[in-house]
Design a protein around this ligand. Sequence first.
Ligand SMILES: Nc1ncnc2c1ncn2[C@@H]1O[C@H](COP(=O)(O)OP(=O)(O)OP(=O)(O)O)[C@@H](O)[C@H]1O
Ligand SMILES: [Mg+2]
Length: 65
Amino acid sequence: MDRSQIIIRNAHTNNLKNIDIKIPKHKLVVFTGVSAAGKSSLLFDTIYTEAQRQLVETFSTFART
Ligand SMILES: Nc1ncnc2c1ncn2[C@@H]1O[C@H](COP(=O)(O)OP(=O)(O)OP(=O)(O)O)[C@@H](O)[C@H]1O
Ligand SMILES: [Mg+2]
């Protein structure tokens, strides 16, 4: 599995229209778009959730519980 980037498929929160995106880690990444395009939705609903999941994956079984 490629751990150098976060891979999002079919993001469709709020106004997002099933977008696929690969976000490199350890890089400065910028999203632009008109107001209400879905930038904040992509960040807070999708990327944040996936980043948190990947973080927890690095914990030991003991730490997870
Ligand atoms: N909790 C919510 N429930 C319903 N609709 C929402 C919710 N949050 C955002 N939306 C709608 O989803 C669309 C995308 O909103 P979002 O805040 O992601 O856009 P944005 O690209 O960050 O805009 P801006 O540049 O104004 O910050 C908008 O039409 C918004 O009204
Ligand atoms: Mg926003």
